[in-house]
Write a protein that binds this ligand. Sequence first.
Ligand SMILES: Nc1ncnc2c1ncn2[C@@H]1O[C@H](COP(=O)(O)OP(=O)(O)OP(=O)(O)O)[C@@H](O)[C@H]1O
Ligand SMILES: Nc1ccn([C@@H]2O[C@H](COP(=O)(O)O)[C@@H](O)[C@H]2O)c(=O)n1
Length: 225
Amino acid sequence: MERATVIVAIDGPSGTGKSSTSKAVAAQLGLSYLDTGAQYRAITWWMVTNGIDIDDPSAIAAVAGKPEIISGTDPSAPTITVDGTDVAAAIRTQDVTSKVSAVSAVPEVRARITELQRSIAADAGNGIVVEGRDIGTTVLPDADLKIFLTASPEARAARRSGELKNADVQATREALLKRDAADSSRKTSPLAKADDAVEVDTSDLTLQQVIECVVTLVEEKRAGK
Ligand SMILES: Nc1ncnc2c1ncn2[C@@H]1O[C@H](COP(=O)(O)OP(=O)(O)OP(=O)(O)O)[C@@H](O)[C@H]1O
Ligand SMILES: Nc1ccn([C@@H]2O[C@H](COP(=O)(O)O)[C@@H](O)[C@H]2O)c(=O)n1
């Protein structure tokens, strides 16, 4: 018998295709979609905007509960606000990208955001695709399906450089690897593959092929295979 709801966790390093794949899979299957990286970017944006010292974990911890972060989970139009301000564009700046790993490593930040993520997943009627770094390991360890996307640093840098006009591929590659190293080495809930996750190397796959692969895995799960 087909399951009514399905919870899908998609994790992996930067630039492996988590957001593009998750959005498309959720849209195709009528599921909600949650970009957890956007939530960590949003709290980082708030810290920067409010003059909090990013190099001081105790200063970050002291105010981690202050900003109200709201994520819209429609995969065709995901939204993110902080205290009522639309920050969808502001959280994608180089400044936020270079600071987000330091903020997301603070345990009080992770506790706050993890609680928010769990409550969004619990409220998603038809089911949800949640993408990030620690969804399968920590946020939703009982997810019905866990996927871990990977890709070579070269493929990821080429993809990102294509997005950012005039970006130097080598510099983009170094920045991706630096962020992955910080995210993988933090003490609390690091970037990691869950033991029961299906690993998909996307280096030589088109985005469409990755989407089809994940849709098939979800449908098999739903059918109880
Ligand atoms: N299989 C693929 N082949 C080619 N390009 C891809 C593929 N998957 C994703 N892309 C492109 O690579 C870029 C990065 O993808 P995306 O933002 O989905 O990755 P991500 O894992 O969510 O990254 P981050 O964790 O840094 O947010 C986008 O421009 C996307 O269109
Ligand atoms: N579950 C997660 C998701 C993200 N992070 C942190 O946010 C950064 C930005 O993520 P993007 O997916 O938008 O690139 C990421 O580098 C991590 O520091 C996280 O810790 N846990």
